[in-house]
Design a protein around this ligand. Sequence first.
Ligand SMILES: [Zn+2]
Length: 125
Amino acid sequence: MKQPVMKKRIMKNKAVKAPRASKDNNHGILRDFFLGFIKIHTLHHAMKEDVYGLWLIEELNEHGYDLSPGTLYPILHKLEEDGLLTSYSEVVEGKVRKYYQTTPKGAHALERLREKIIELVKEVV
Ligand SMILES: [Zn+2]
């Protein structure tokens, strides 16, 4: 089993609202695109280490996504339902925390997405 992510980043920035992220992130016309990017980020990180919701929110925050739990958790549940993520729960400081890992199916999907990302970047950027 992979090691769970370190806690340090959680301490750094408890507030989830990121001033530098635009409001468009969650409610604007780009929302559908961002949801796809967020899924890719999630598969990528959950492949490297076990991740949990709040950690992901802060990680994505650093990439400029202003994400609420109400947006992220349904994404995580959908990825798990689709067999791309798997999860387990652990009690951390008296609270249950759900960790996610990318499954082999998720890793395969990510591999295919990576090819598409490279192609897209070549074309668009
Ligand atoms: Zn990331």
